[in-house]
Design a protein around this ligand. Structure first.
Ligand code: ME8
Length: 560
């Protein structure tokens, strides 16, 4: 049985169209999903939209539309955008769908029955214009006036349903601080600094209201109380479970979800969500419910050095995203997001100059240039066919090597440096690239991709050192040229497999030129690949035509 892997993104508010932040988290999730499929895992990847927010109602009203009409338009925009960006989600959440609403009501009813959700009174400072409560500290800060319209806040009491969050304090702290497991499943929050933030907050947590009144019918009613609507955050968090709560999909949930989010919504995911699951797991009929294995909270993109905001008008919005794709290609955008993005705890700057530099340095000069050199030399010196490496003396023997990377590195550097192939060499590039991509604890993509690119730049260096273009002048040396070109083509084939999750379009093009049918193999195997096999050394068949073609990543010259 293949490993299962379940990865999710936040479900995004549909009060507006998507922007780069939404595209970013979804792209990272897509890279992880593709990587796991490539490695042969059975993957479920879920993204979608969160519809029942009050701001959706407001934005619809401004346009003279019903909330559903406005939600429909924006949900379509999210769906189309993701499709355009080669996102391979397996389903798309819309919280206004019956299949979601029905399950949420079932979960809430079970929690009401077990006593983890109870009716109570909520009292607090209410901003009537915004239809929301303001925390005591915020109210004090703003002089008890609405921060939005300046009108006095009112002290208001209303009936609400509450979730017994405080009852799960100790259990959550044990899970997070001691790494303990429940039903064989641990629960982790990463990066480490974010986990520490959340631990201090959990120590002080109280019960939370999970319903509200006056939503005008937009939302999911509390079972048995038509006046109250389930609070949008509770409705939204449940999406991770509602969409896989079917007999066929439950095994994905049970494999331990990986929730990718940004730092803005960590509290909900790292405290409220696991506590609700612990509560649900105790209810009758829900003993199969376990915890997610990881909540990973990345940081934020800013834009050209400044926080993205409506008033500054500097959002990287759909128009800008389209422009980048039109100019540099989709794979370049995905590569930039994956390598320069805010994984970890520092924000990243989405700046045009940085985009161009990354594109020219890594894609045009390294990957594109290396592929062109190999293909062109093969056509010039070896009739445009994969050369045979067997008839030239090689200074290595396949049996001496543990992994393809040992071979690639030895082929590239061994003869020059006398490098011992066995040992930890393979950890340097390939396995590091592979394991850091797949390690769900810290999806350190920046690092993984850096190693894959390093492998390609080593090929370039190998060409410089061995100088096949000089050797080719002597007909007696042609077999040696063949060996060199074969090693180059093999190394770039291996690198292309490692880079495919980020740049599927261009890498599939490279596969076509190298005569590799990996895309077809994946298609006929339910989307699953065979990375272990495809990264072995020596798979290219001598004699296979390697057609020349346009540069994969033409160098970008900014218009004067
Ligand atoms: O919070 N940089 O939806 P949302 C990077 N509906 N990522 C960013 C970003 C930025 N500048 N801005 C947004 C919600 N994001 C809720 C979630 S989940 C059960 C409910 C990304 O539309 C990032 O993933 O405000 C962030 O967590 C998410 O968009 C918030 O999207």
């Amino acid at each position: 049985m293949p490993n299962r892997f379940y990865v999710t993104t936040p479900i995004y508010y549909v009060n507006d169209r998507p922007h780069i932040g939404h595209v970013y988290t979804t792209t990272i999730a897509d890279v992880l999903a593709r990587y796991h499929r490539l490695a042969g895992d059975d993957v479920f990847f879920l993204t979608g939209v969160d519809e029942h927010a009050a701001k959706v109602v407001d934005a619809a009203k401004e346009r003279g539309l019903t909330p559903q009409q406005w939600a429909d338009q924006n949900a379509a925009s999210f769906r189309d955008t993701f499709a355009k960006l080669a996102i391979t989600n397996d389903d798309f959440v819309r919280t206004s769908e019956d299949r979601h609403k029905k399950k949420v009501q079932e979960y809430v009813a079970a929690l009401m029955k077990s006593g983890d959700i109870y009716a109570g009174q909520y009292e607090g400072w209410y901003d009537a214009g915004q239809e929301e409560y303001v925390t005591d500290s915020k109210a004090q800060e703003s002089g008890f006036k609405s921060p939005i319209n300046g009108k006095p806040l009112v002290r208001k009491t209303e009936k609400n349903y509450f979730f017994k969050l405080s009852a799960y304090r100790e259990q959550l702290l044990t899970l997070l601080e001691k790494g303990e497991k429940i039903n064989d499943q641990g629960f982790d929050v990463q990066p480490e600094a974010r986990k520490n933030e959340i631990i201090s907050r959990i120590r002080e947590m109280n019960d939370v209201p999970i319903s509200r009144t006056g939503s005008g019918g937009w939302g999911i009613p509390v079972p048995g109380d038509a006046e109250q609507t389930i609070y949008v955050w509770i409705d939204a968090l449940f999406n991770y479970l509602t969409y896989v709560d079917t007999p066929e999909r439950r095994p994905y949930w049970q494999s331990g979800a990986v929730h990718l989010i940004a730092k803005d919504i960590l509290w909900f995911h790292a405290a409220i969500w696991p506590a609700m699951l612990l509560a649900l797991a105790k209810c009758e009929g829900y003993d199969w419910v376990n915890l997610p294995k990881l909540v990973y909270a990345h940081s934020f993109w800013i834009s050209e050095g400044q926080k993205m905001s409506k008033s500054l008008g500097n959002f990287i919005d759909l128009e800008k995203i389209d422009q980048y794709v039109a100019t540099f290609g989709l794979d370049a955008l995905r590569y930039f997001l994956a390598t320069q993005g805010p994984l970890g705890t520092t924000d990243s700057d989405f700046a045009e100059a940085k985009f161009i530099e990354t594109y020219n340095t890594d894609l045009a000069n390294v990957v594109g240039n290396c592929a062109s050199r190999i293909i062109n030399m093969t056509s010039r010196y070896w009739g445009g066919k994969v050369p045979s490496s067997a008839n030239a003396s090689t200074d290595f023997n396949l049996e001496d090597f543990e992994t393809f990377v040992d071979v690639a590195l030895y082929a590239i550097f061994g003869s020059r440096t006398g490098w011992e192939p066995k040992g930890n060499v393979h950890k340097m590039v390939g396995l590091l690239a592979v394991s850091s991509l797949s390690d769900s604890k810290t999806p350190n993509l920046n690092c993984a991709l850096h190693y894959a690119i390093t492998l390609v730049s080593m090929i370039d260096e190998y060409i410089e050192i061995t100088a096949p273009f000089k050797l080719a002048k002597d007909p007696a040396k042609l077999p040696e040229v063949g060996t060199i070109l074969y090693n180059c083509a093999e190394a770039i084939r291996v690198a292309s497999a490692l880079l495919w999750p980020v740049m599927p379009g261009k890498m599939e093009e490279l596969w076509r030129r190298l005569g590799c049918d990996y895309a077809q193999q994946m298609q006929s195997n339910g989307g699953r690949g065979n990375l272990d096999e495809w990264t072995k050394w020596g798979l290219l068949q001598p004699g296979t035509p390697i057609p020349a073609g346009d540069a994969l990543f033409p160098r970008y010259q900014p218009p004067k």
